[in-house]
Design a protein around this ligand. Structure first.
Ligand SMILES: Cc1cc2nc3c(=O)[nH]c(=O)nc-3n(C[C@H](O)[C@H](O)[C@H](O)COP(=O)(O)OP(=O)(O)OC[C@H]3O[C@@H](n4cnc5c(N)ncnc54)[C@H](O)[C@@H]3O)c2cc1C
Length: 418
């Protein structure tokens, strides 16, 4: 691995840096820099409005969805140029949060499975931030076991070919701000669970959709329950063949792990900065041997993650697709952020439990990090599921036991199947 820029990469970096210098929303910089994982970011103005304005500006300059083809609203850049962009965008990248699911997961799925006409209609609006998309996959009985989902899509009897959807999704991030959604449904309960699923996309304003917010422990409201009651979807909004939804969903899930796993924060820079400022017995905390030993351990993990991400980038630069080993980044980063934020709050002593308007910035930062970290260990595949993937697909160990794999979905015994 060579981490230095080639002359072409250095020229691209300089061009990007100059454009950012002239165009980034500098009035939000201090707020975005102070924000860390678990914080909303912008509080001084409408956060969605600020995100949309930045996205539009980037798209007009050709810097939105850098790796997407230009005809779909992207920048047409190489994977390495995309990495250089994200390194340079720095704190302003936090403004892209409302688009993570649309750009990282729904867009690539639409690109792989929709008609040319649909791609040209929907993708540029997604790239420019005009619309927000959400991912309607998980259900109360179908999270890790996504193929166990129960939301039904049935053909209407009127011969139109349209579908009627009934059921419930849960944990739908950003559904309350979304214009469009990617929806996976069950269309055939008489075949094994992976074989009777079909994927659609639909407007979140379609009659019969009800969005109920879920309030989180950290006071934020990030995701929702979404109920479908006799929601009508045109057959033209189907992605892939009828009952081919599992295959379509794999495009989304592969992109999800890549999108969440790469570059996940560890909280190490924030902890290190805090230890430089905080005092133990009148001396900087960073001078304490116990603290130094902990910091050394976290530093090793953080640099291990950095170089694992570099391996994925190297694979991309050689035209390869990073494989299941990409799951390692999320697995290690999620757990280490949780451990590290607990250590920071321990260091703060009684101050660490303070809550309310007058809490210090550092205190609030590690509290929100701690409360966000369990979610990181679940979203996009829980720790256990990632370990299964690494065991089976990276290390080649025997597979997990899957007793319901070949049983028709309707015959899988469950309590209270509707
Ligand atoms: C912040 C956040 C955002 C999310 N956003 C979205 C979204 O936008 N759209 C969406 O569709 N979903 C979303 N999700 C849902 C997420 O995909 C699911 O929570 C996740 O897949 C786990 O499913 P579950 O919650 O049903 O847990 P379960 O699948 O019920 O798992 C419960 C526990 O059992 C363990 N377990 C399950 N199966 C196995 C196994 N085979 N071997 C070992 N252990 C196992 C799990 O690791 C976990 O500890 C989000 C979740 C979070 C936390």
């Amino acid at each position: 691995m060579n981490f230095d820029d080639t002359p072409e990469e250095a020229a691209f970096r300089a061009k990007v840096r100059a454009w950012l210098d002239a165009n980034a929303p500098k009035h939000l910089e201090a707020e975005l820099r102070a924000a860390s994982f678990g914080f909303q970011g912008v509080a001084s103005e409408d956060p969605i409005g600020a995100s949309k304005a930045w996205q539009k500006k980037k798209q007009q300059a050709g810097y939105a969805c850098l790796h997407w083809p230009k005809e779909y609203g992207g920048g047409g850049f190489t994977p390495i140029e995309r990495v250089i962009w994200s390194q340079e965008e720095g704190p302003f990248s936090a403004l892209s949060a409302p688009f993570t699911i649309g750009h990282g997961m729904c867009g690539p799925t639409v690109m792989a499975w929709a008609s040319e006409e649909q791609k040209r209609e929907h993708l540029p609006r997604l790239a420019s931030g005009e619309v927000i998309w959400c991912q309607l996959f998980s259900e109360p009985a179908g999270g890790s076991d996504l193929a166990g989902l129960r939301t039904r899509a049935e053909r209407t009897a009127d011969g139109s070919g349209d579908w009627i959807v009934n059921g419930q999704k849960i944990w739908t991030s950003g559904a309350h701000n979304a214009d469009w959604g990617l929806l996976i449904t069950r269309t055939d309960p008489d075949v094994p669970k992976h074989k009777g699923l079909t994927m659609f996309f639909l407007s979140m304003k379609t009659p019969g959709i009800e969005i109920r917010p879920i309030k989180q422990a950290n006071g934020q409201q990030h995701f929702n329950e979404v109920y479908f009651t006799d929601v009508r979807i045109s057959d033209a909004q189907r992605l892939g063949a009828v009952n081919q939804g599992w295959e379509v969903s794999l495009t989304t899930l592969m992109n999800e792990r890549l999108s969440i796993g790469s570059g996940m924060p560890t909280g190490f820079p924030e902890l290190f900065a805090y230890c430089m400022e905080a005092q133990i017995d009148g001396r900087p905390a960073v001078d304490d041997s116990g603290v130094r030993s902990k910091l050394a351990g976290y530093a090793v993990k953080a640099s291990g993650l950095k170089y694992t991400a570099m391996r994925a980038i190297t694979a991309l630069s050689k035209g390869q697709t990073p494989g299941p080993e990409n799951s390692i980044g999320k697995l290690v980063a999620g757990a280490s952020m949780q451990e590290l934020s607990m250590f920071a709050l321990d260091l703060m002593g009684q101050g660490g439990v303070l809550d309310g308007e007058d809490q210090t910035q550092a205190n609030a930062r590690f509290q929100t990090m701690l409360m966000r970290s369990p979610a990181s260990r679940i979203e996009g595949g829980s720790d256990e599921i990632l370990r299964n993937i690494i065991a089976e697909r990276v290390l080649g160990l025997p597979g997990d036991i899957r007793v319901d794999k070949d049983v028709p979905f309707k015959d899988i015994p469950t309590k209270g199947r509707g």
